[in-house]
Every structure is written in C-alpha cells, then in structure tokens.
Ligand binder design. Structure first.
Ligand SMILES: [Fe+2]
Ligand SMILES: [Fe+2]
Length: 282
C-alpha cells in the first residue's frame, strides 16, 4: 500500500525544564533515564539520516516525493534542535551524555566515510522503521508517558507524531533508487538487523551508566519498573517485535501499518505548545 502523507515542518520549541530532567517521567527515574538515553541518539542520528537521504535527492523525479524529502529534512532538523537542548540539560544535571553522543558521532562518521552510500541509506530506512514502530507504540499506548512532566510529554508526543508523518519518505526514496528486487530486499533486511544490533549494543550500556550517574544503579524497584515498562505492561519493546518482523516481508511498505488516525492529534498538541504561531512554521 502506498499512501501519500505530506510531512509538515513545524518550528516548535518545548523548553523542557532543567530541574526535572533526571526524574520527569511519572513512573520514576528508571523510565526517565530510558527515554533520556534514547534522546541522546537523536541529534547525531538525525543528521546522519538527512545526509544519507540528501545523497540520493537528484535521483528523484517525482515532485511530490521531492517535496516530502524537503519536509522530512526540515522535520528531522527541528527534532535535532529540540533534543540537543534536552541533551544539554542532561549534561548540566550530571549525565555524561556529551561523551555518549561523541561515541555515536564517531561511529556515524566512520559509517559515512567508509560504507557505500547505499548502505548508509539502508541504515537510515532501517532506523526510520525502528523509530516509526516505537512512535506507534507511544501513540497507541498513552499509558507509556501519561502523567509525566507536561513539557517532556509534549516533546515526545510531537516527535512520535512527526516520525509517523514522515515514516515512508526515506523508504520511498530507497525504493525509487533500488527498486523492489531481491538485492534491494537484502540490502534493507540486512540494514535492519545490523542497525538494531548496533543501536541496542550502544543503548543499554549508556542506559546503565545513566542509571549509575542518577544513583539508581542498585535500585531494584527502578529496574523492575523499567523491565515491566519495556517487556510486560505496557511492554513498549515487546509490542514492536511483530511490526519489526513485518519489515522482512518482500513487499513491505511503512504505511502497511496504517496509523494515520493519530495524526489528527497534531492540532491539539500545537495549540498546547507555548509561543507557537503559524508564522513560525515557515
Ligand atoms: Fe526525528
Ligand atoms: Fe525520522
């Protein structure tokens, strides 16, 4: 199924409060650090996505897809800016997120310089799939974030909505360039396996370090809450296993997971963000 949903660049500022950064989530610091650790990957990761899609821009003839690419780049740049601000607040609060980000930067630099452009695009579509299915869970299960600090909640809600809105853009570029043959399937299938392994082998050590720095490394209560949150109820990661596997269907398209109904939440969210006006959306 192919559905054209045109992403919109929205210049929103969330000003997440500094003093809440280590414990903004309703279910405590264990889950706050889970989301915080996720946040540190975005600025560098999204820059990498933008660059890898840009390399194929001139191979796109469809003006609608060209416009979607422009807006995808605009959205990811805004996400990067807001997560950068969020990440700096973590550093101020004593989390070594700057050092962790430097490791991500080195890895992505290495990939950008050493791997062929095709593999970079395949890593991007794979990570966009991972982001889109995580975003879907967040939108589907408000319990994952309800009752938390409103600014953090809004930032994650906005990011999940825009990831949904643009989830097929890099994918459509990939299919335009590489087609639907076996080689293309192999490229994106191996991309998801590699990207998932590399991502989680960085994520969990960083998460443990951030729990240590928060003084919660030995808090059984917080680790139990975190385990429950990820794998039992609501089970944020458990719920993405099937959608993750769907990627390996030969004809898969991101809009096969049709969750566009959530996009209707955008207007309410925008109305709720301080200082946003239509003019700043340019
Ligand atoms: Fe993003
Ligand atoms: Fe994205």
């Amino acid at each position: 199924m192919k559905m054209h949903i045109m992403p919109v660049r929205r210049n929103l500022k969330f000003h997440v409060p500094d003093n809440a950064v280590l414990d903004w989530h309703d279910k405590g610091p264990g889950i706050s650090q889970f989301f915080n650790t996720l946040s540190l990957f975005f600025p560098e990761g999204e820059r990498f996505f933008i660059n890898s899609v840009r390399k194929y821009r001139d191979q796109i003839d469809d003006p609608e897809l060209q416009e979607a690419v422009r807006n995808f780049i605009g959205q990811e740049a805004m996400h990067g800016r807001e997560h950068e601000d969020y990440n700096q607040k973590m550093v101020k609060a004593g989390l070594p997120v700057d050092k962790q980000e430097a490791i991500v930067t080195r890895l992505l630099d290495l990939i950008s310089h050493r791997l062929p452009d095709a593999m970079q695009l395949s890593a991007t579509v794979a990570l966009e799939h991972l982001t889109a299915i995580l975003a879907d869970v967040l939108l589907r299960e408000p319990e994952l974030i309800d009752g938390s600090d409103p600014q953090y909640q809004k930032l994650w809600h906005w990011h999940a909505l825009e990831e949904t809105e643009h989830k097929a853009v890099a994918f459509d570029v990939f299919i335009t360039v590489f087609g639907r043959g076996f080689k293309s399937w192999l490229l994106r299938a191996s991309g998801l396996v590699m990207a998932t392994i590399i991502f989680f082998s960085l994520f969990y050590p960083f998460y443990v370090i951030n729990m240590y720095k928060t003084g919660k490394l030995f808090s059984l209560k917080d680790w139990w809450m975190s385990f429950k949150f990820q794998w039992l109820k609501p089970g944020g990661l458990r719920r993405v296993i099937i959608p993750w596997l769907d990627w390996f269907k030969p004809g898969f398209h991101p809009w096969d997971h049709d969750n566009r109904e959530f996009l209707a939440e955008m207007d309410g969210l925008i109305g709720d963000v301080d200082g946003y006006s239509k003019d700043s959306a340019a």
